[in-house]
Design a binder for this molecule. Structure first.
Ligand SMILES: *Cc1c(COP(=O)(O)O)cnc(C)c1O
Length: 391
């Protein structure tokens, strides 16, 4: 397989189909109706590559991009990415003046954040675009209801001085992946109350936003002016028990591919990999895959001692990881199939192509597909296909 823009053959790569991101975002836009779409590109665009994924998202019609860390928003601007861009997770002492100079929207859940942003606005002479976040029930960031009035008043005071402009009111769901859960209804009501309270005090937001991918897909009442889609933009379902990606017109952008490094015949009763948690039950061929947990392959995908092992596609058949995943390699039991070093192994990709999915890996590892796609290491080359113009 080709390296990103190079001719070199590598033994393994994360392949990203940027046209899938573009098309998924176009689909999400259509489903969002009148609301705008912010594609969330935190976590190196969920492991898909911050800048190429952002360009693909914009090509699909995303008018906003969002990151948790300010460093990622600044990296987008440094790469020449325009459009609305919001960042939301801060500790005291952030690079506020850089954020303002780069035209990045910022968020506050507490007065200290407004005060630091205000100081930076005073210093630079730029008005900050500020979103105020209420905790409508998630119990993570956001001002609790009792502290909302103080946050609003701090922001309005700074707005009166021309230092900030409160452009957004927002919150985040706890259980949108269960669309019928009563907590969703309660959060929508709490958010509407918080918005009404702020508007009564004189806030005139450009955007009110609450929905993540799950709510963008299945809770139209939560769309408001803007939906913030992360996982769905990359073609994965945030609620795999409710809908698969294909059911809602999405296709996965990431696949992880390698080549067999060794195939060998071993007798029955042969222990495989550290700890010998997998023992061959017959004479068989073992295939060595040159990827391990240092590359981001979860050790929880190991097979043996009652664990079936995560699935991999080799030689047209889905097989299972045999024994423990090591730092750099793992083994697959190939049975009697005649495969060779160099043959392709697909850890996960698109179900429509018969490949295991990131969700299958998540299930085997007792986690969520978010964690599977975000964990591939920088030493794994990213190969981009589908949208040359985004590179
Ligand atoms: C990560 C994140 C999102 C996107 O969530 P998905 O479930 O991936 O769509 C939206 N909003 C906030 C605040 C987030 O942190």
């Amino acid at each position: 397989m080709d390296d990103h823009r190079g001719g070199a053959v590598s033994h393994a790569a994360v392949r990203i189909d940027l046209s899938a991101i573009r098309d998924n975002v176009a689909e999400l836009r259509a489903r969002a109706g009148a609301a705008d779409v912010m594609v969330v590109v935190k976590g190196d665009a969920y492991g898909h590559g911050l800048v190429p994924a952002a360009r693909a998202a914009q090509a699909g019609g995303a008018t906003w991009l969002g990151t948790a860390a300010l460093s990622e928003a600044l990296a987008l601007r440094a790469a020449g990415i325009g459009g609305r861009l919001m960042s939301w997770l801060f500790a005291p002492g952030e690079r506020w003046t850089d954020a303002l100079a780069a035209g990045i929207d910022v968020s506050a859940s507490a007065p200290w954040t407004v005060e630091e942003i205000t100081a930076a606005a005073r210093e630079t002479g730029r008005t900050a675009r500020l979103h105020l976040k209420v905790d409508s029930g998630l119990g993570r960031s956001g001002a609790p209801e009792a502290d909302w009035p103080a946050l609003i008043d701090t922001a309005l005071k700074a707005q009166a001085e021309g230092l900030v402009n409160v452009v957004g009111l927002w919150s985040h769901f706890a259980i949108a992946d269960s669309p019928r859960h009563p907590t969703n209804t309660a959060q929508i009501a709490a958010f509407e109350n918080a918005v009404a309270w702020a508007e009564a005090r004189g806030v005139r937001p450009e955007v009110r936003h609450l929905a993540n991918s799950a709510a963008a897909l299945l809770l139209p009442r939560a769309h408001f002016d803007l939906v913030r889609t992360g996982l769905a933009s990359y073609g994965l379902s945030p609620m795999p028990d409710v809908v698969g990606p294909g059911d809602v017109g999405l296709r996965p952008a990431m696949s992880v591919r390698a080549r067999l490094a060794l195939v060998k015949r071993v007798p029955a009763g042969h222990g495989v990999s550290y700890g010998h948690v997998y023992i061959t039950d017959r004479e068989t061929n073992l295939g060595l895959v040159p990827l391990g947990y240092a590359d981001g392959v979860p050790r929880h995908g190991s097979g043996g001692e009652g664990d079936p092992g995560a699935p991999v596609l080799v030689g047209g058949r889905v097989r299972r990881v045999a024994g423990r995943v090591c730092m750099d390699q793992f083994v697959v039991d190939l049975g009697d199939d005649d495969l060779r070093a160099g043959d392709e192994v697909v850890l996960f990709g698109d179900a429509a192509a018969g490949e295991p999915t990131a969700q299958d890996w998540a299930q085997a590892c007792r986690t969520i597909s978010y964690e599977i796609v975000t964990r591939f290491a920088p030493r794994m080359p990213r190969t981009y296909i589908g949208m040359e113009e985004a590179l």
